[in-house]
Design a binder for this molecule. Structure first.
Ligand code: KG4
Ligand code: ZN
Length: 344
């Protein structure tokens, strides 16, 4: 029998300090996530300096907790995988510095992980049976991307947002509606009592064959709907009934999901995809999961969805992708740097 491979994953790209130990890519031995939501809530978004300081405070206790939870010793760890891009540079460097230090002290290899590719990997946590070709939709707070996947290590970017990410639009619309940060779960909750057909918000397709996304138009449409184009109705939201807020939330959510599902179907048709994958924070949205699953079923494809607990940022996905890079012998060295933007 082949020797088990235990990867320590570390994630500090935004507002979660996370560490996990995963065996052979799918067996989760430890999963620790420390969320900073409370620290950022009053600002309505992530404040990089605050995020960085919180990561510095938490990173070693969180890694320590993950190792303890795994029941392993440091010596049992085969490699340290770290998300080094994309994200907030001041947040990424904290995790990178910790990962480098541990790799040096433990004399283990270091593996660089693309955070967005890791979100994609989280859709494969519960299966190793990936029928190719596959198309993946990764929807997070900072990215909205479609990939063609011939393998899990090097997905090929097909299209991405040209302005706001889907999660960013949820967050900004929640701010307009005076709903708490993070906006995605708040909008989803408010939308439950709303009518998705109440307001016909724009579905921006960017031309009939484009696989790129744009969500800044719908955000502005919600703003104008609530406050008027001249912003004279700025205080109107304060006086809205719960039903009015629910209708706006439901109509906004339906419009965003419509675009996400249509574009994913277009990509799947174009590349003859047998499998569709979904990952990223917005992937936790129940309606998106249902609508994507419906489309996938109707077109006779297979759907792989990240479990809800691995949709938002975590280190399990980092360690899991780290396993595949370990097997492929793709290691980083001590010159590894943080990258705010993504290579592909
Ligand atoms: O993947 P993630 O945790 O972090 C990034 O890599 O950006 O995604 C966070 C984003 C936030 O914008 C949040 O509002 C959104 O995911 N989100 C949701 C839901 N849960 C989180 N959006 C819609 N519905 C949800 N249930
Ligand atoms: Zn993320």
């Amino acid at each position: 029998m082949e020797k088990a491979v235990n990867i320590l994953g570390i994630e500090t790209s935004c507002d979660e300090t996370a560490a996990a130990v995963v065996r052979n890519g799918t067996e989760v031995l430890a999963n620790v996530v420390s969320s900073q939501i409370e620290l950022h809530q009053k600002y309505g978004g992530v404040v990089p300096e605050i995020a960085s300081r919180a990561h510095i405070e938490k990173i070693y206790p969180i890694v320590d907790q993950a190792i303890k939870q795994s029941g392993l010793n440091n010596a049992d760890i085969d490699a340290v995988a770290i998300a080094n891009q994309p994200g907030l540079t001041v947040a990424l460097v904290v995790g990178i510095t910790a990962a480098k230090t541990l790799a040096l002290v433990w004399e283990k290899p270091l593996i660089a992980i693309n955070h967005i590719h890791a979100h994609l990997q989280s859709a494969m946590m519960e299966t190793t049976d990936l029928q190719l070709p596959a198309v993946a939709l990764v929807v997070s707070g900072g990215h909205t991307s479609l990939y063609e996947c011939e393998n899990v290590i090097e997905p090929k970017l097909l299209g991405a947002t040209i302005d706001d990410a889907a999660g960013e639009a949820f967050d900004k619309v929640a701010t307009i509606l005076n709903l708490p940060y993070p906006g995605g779960p708040s909008i989803e909750k408010a939308a439950k009592d709303g009518n998705p057909a109440a307001i016909d918000f724009p579905r921006t397709m960017l031309g009939h064959d484009s696989l790129d996304f744009s969500f800044s138009g719908i955000k502005t449409a919600v703003l104008y709907h609530c406050c008027g184009q001249d912003m004279k109705g700025r205080n109107r939201v304060d006086k809205m009934t719960q039903k009015e807020i629910a209708d706006i939330a439901a109509s906004f959510q339906a419009a965003v999901i419509d675009v996400l599902v249509k574009k994913t179907e277009m990509a799947a048709d174009r590349f003859g995809a047998k499998t569709i994958l979904l990952g990223g924070g917005v992937g936790a949205n129940t309606l998106l999961r249902q609508e994507l699953e419906k489309m996938t079923k109707q077109s006779g494809r297979k759907m792989l969805i990240a479990p809800k607990k691995y949709c938002t940022d975590n280190a399990v996905m980092v360690a899991s992708l780290g396993f595949h890079k370990y097997k492929a012998g793709l290691f980083a060295d001590m010159t590894l740097e943080a990258k705010a933007t993504i290579d592909n």
